[in-house]
Design a protein around this ligand. Structure first.
Ligand code: CNA
Length: 260
């Protein structure tokens, strides 16, 4: 398809999304790592993603490096991977996080269901956020105390240790591969999706289960997927192949919300 036709198609799709946002009250935004790439946090599976860049670079595949069994059985290697790939400086919400917060503040009943752990939706001001995979709190696996990032002490092997009990390993409050999701969060997220008038799925390759399966609870036919790369698990949706912030910026040319 040539550039002109591609542009026209996207204009029409954005127009449709804008109308649906205007016409519907209960809106669920289901997002993934692609929502935060504009904020400077790499995703996992796109070409610059953490998985893609680290294939064959460590003794184990990236998925295994981030698993709970690696944390428990080989913490040195696990934390080496985390240090080398997943520590980001000062990160601020991107336009898409701020747009969703502004949409909620405008009086729409917006629920954000996110696979992300970076806290950027809350930082942007969204009130109704279901975090499926945990958050950026860190705690001691031995004594359970919350530990700030700068308080953790690295031992000789580069493993962060608790400053309170001096012994336990500090881990993120994230759901790792091999761990279960919080059942209250799961039911809250499913309930929001089941009641939604409009479902927007964005910035996710739709690969991580059970999170992806929750989309099936959406009963309606106003289902929009925004992603830079094609995704296969979302039949029946209006698929907009583009950047999320770019799409929301275009939507907001009509809505004119005060996005701070
Ligand atoms: P993924 O599998 O890496 O997929 C991300 C998708 O987003 C890809 O298909 C990209 O094409 C697409 N994408 C990237 N940037 C944009 C953009 N600006 N606009 C539109 N689309 C874009 O990540 P998933 O979220 O599907 O996988 C779920 C994992 C990733 C969860 O367990 C998360 O915890 C985990 N994760 C979270 C973060 C974070 O908290 N920011 C970062 C990296 C990974």
């Amino acid at each position: 398809m040539d550039e002109g036709r591609r542009f026209n198609r996207m204009q029409n799709q954005v127009l449709q999304l804008t109308k649906w946002i205007q016409q519907n009250q209960r809106i669920v935004f289901f997002g993934g790592a692609g929502v935060s790439t504009d904020a400077g946090i790499p995703d996992f599976r796109s070409k610059d993603g953490i998985y893609t860049k680290n294939r064959n670079k460590y003794p184990y595949e990236p998925e295994e490096m981030l698993s709970v069994s690696m944390l428990l059985n080989n913490p040195r290697l696990h934390f080496q991977f985390v240090r080398e790939n997943m520590e980001h400086g000062d990160i601020q919400p991107a336009y898409s996080h701020r747009f969703l917060a502004a949409l909620e503040a405008s009086g729409k009943d917006v629920a954000v269901v996110t696979q992300n752990t970076d806290g950027l939706h809350q930082a942007a001001g969204s009130q109704n956020v279901w975090v499926l995979h945990g958050d950026n709190r860190r705690y001691c696996m031995a004594c359970g105390k919350t530990v700030e990032k700068n308080q953790a002490q690295l031992d000789d092997e580069g493993i962060p240790r608790c400053p309170y009990c001096q012994e336990g390993i500090i881990r993120g409050n994230v759901v790792m591969f091999g761990e279960n999701l919080d059942s209250k969060v799961v039911s809250g997220a499913i309930d929001a999706i089941a009641k939604a008038d409009l479902l927007i799925v964005a910035g996710t390759s739709l690969n991580v289960y059970p999170a992806v399966s929750f989309i099936q609870y959406y009963p309606g036919d106003r289902f929009v997927v925004i992603n830079k790369e094609p995704v296969v698990q979302a039949p029946g949706s209006l698929f907009i192949q583009a950047g999320i912030s770019e799409v929301f910026q275009q939507v907001n040319e009509t809505l004119a919300l005060p996005v701070s």
